[in-house]
Design a protein around this ligand. Structure first.
Ligand code: NDP
Length: 287
């Protein structure tokens, strides 16, 4: 554990609940490995106390903080500047305190793209089919678009997320060079066609997450074609049913742990200007 001194800076995670988070372990370990005099703590803060907590974090000269549910959108009201990606995503998960100026970023999308890139997928010029339109989907979709994906096919059920999915597709098409469209999950003919054109299929819904490990949005394995890469943002379980289906079809599959690791690494880089020792973090906390 880092020796606390009169110079030690702090930062941390705001949200509720936060006690289960891996972020304190990842960041404190990385500070220690790199000899950085800083600590990272978790604070259970809901919407009501967010404004006053953010002011305290600004005034106490912290290096910054992360946000998790349910305050990733609300925090945007209290910041001085917000990155282009975070504006497009509509949520902030990382704030950097630049000498009292609070700048919001979203590192989930960067984390997602770093994860699939580490497995050999290059977004530039690609066509991608993605299930979901919640927080994880927005972040991954926006970053794929910003990094040059040619077309993004969002697939959502006609329920709570439908309007959000349509807004996301519009935003991406208007503000990036990627053409985004939206298809109903029940339209299996179109879904087959879209997956057929894509080199990456992403599950960014919670379907398949524990305790519902037996679920997948792919009901027909013949929708998966040779060369397709299948990625799931879910990290619990580490191997989802969708990933097992992909492996059964002889395809490469990528789980959500890498996104979790690399979103933290990007936040660490923004705060410290240094690379998180990701291989050591992976070995210590993710194996
Ligand atoms: P949200 O609640 O914001 O979004 C969930 C999405 O899944 C919504 O679009 C929802 O649609 C859709 N969905 C849920 N059930 C179904 C279903 N039966 N059929 C079709 N669509 C469905 O959650 P998040 O985006 O925050 O999280 C989604 C998953 O991603 C979770 O498992 C979470 O653990 C994981 N995650 C992983 C991260 C990582 O770093 N690897 C980071 C963040 C999240 P509807 O609105 O209609 O319910």
């Amino acid at each position: 554990m880092t020796q606390i001194t009169g110079h030690t800076r702090f930062g941390g995670l705001l949200g509720s609940p936060v006690a289960h988070s891996l972020s304190p372990a990842m960041h404190n370990f990385s500070f220690e490995v790199l000899g950085i005099d800083a600590v990272y703590l978790a604070f259970d803060v809901g919407q009501e106390k967010l404004g006053q907590t953010v002011r305290v974090f600004r005034d106490l000269n912290t290096y910054g903080f992360n946000l998790t549910m349910p305050v990733k959108k609300k925090v945007m009201e209290y910041l001085d500047d917000i990155s282009e990606a975070a504006q497009l995503i509509g949520a902030v998960n990382t704030v950097v305190n630049e000498n009292g100026k609070l700048v919001g970023h979203n590192t989930d999308g960067v984390g997602y793209v770093a994860c699939v890139r580490a497995h050999g997928f290059e977004p530039k010029g690609s066509e991608v089919t993605m299930f979901g339109a919640g927080g994880a989907a927005c972040a991954a979709a926006v970053q794929l678009a910003l990094e040059g994906a040619k077309a993004l096919h969002l697939v959502s059920r006609r329920s709570r997320s439908w309007d959000a999915a349509r807004d996301l597709a519009d935003r991406i098409s208007r503000r990036t060079s990627c053409a985004a469209d939206l298809t109903d999950l029940e339209d299996t003919g179109s879904l087959r066609e879209l997956i057929g054109k894509s080199s990456l299929l992403v599950n960014a819904t919670s379907v398949g997450m524990a305790p519902h490990e037996d679920q997948s949005l792919i009901r027909d394995l013949s929708m998966l074609h040779p060369g397709l890469i299948v990625s799931d943002v879910i990290y619990n379980p580490r191997t989802t049913k969708l990933m097992r289906q992909a492996r059964e079809a002889g395809l490469k599959s990528i789980g959500g742990l890498g996104m979790l690791l690399y979103q933290g690494a990007e936040a660490f880089r923004l705060w410290t200007g240094q690379q998180m020792p990701v291989e050591q973090v992976k070995e210590k906390f993710f194996t």
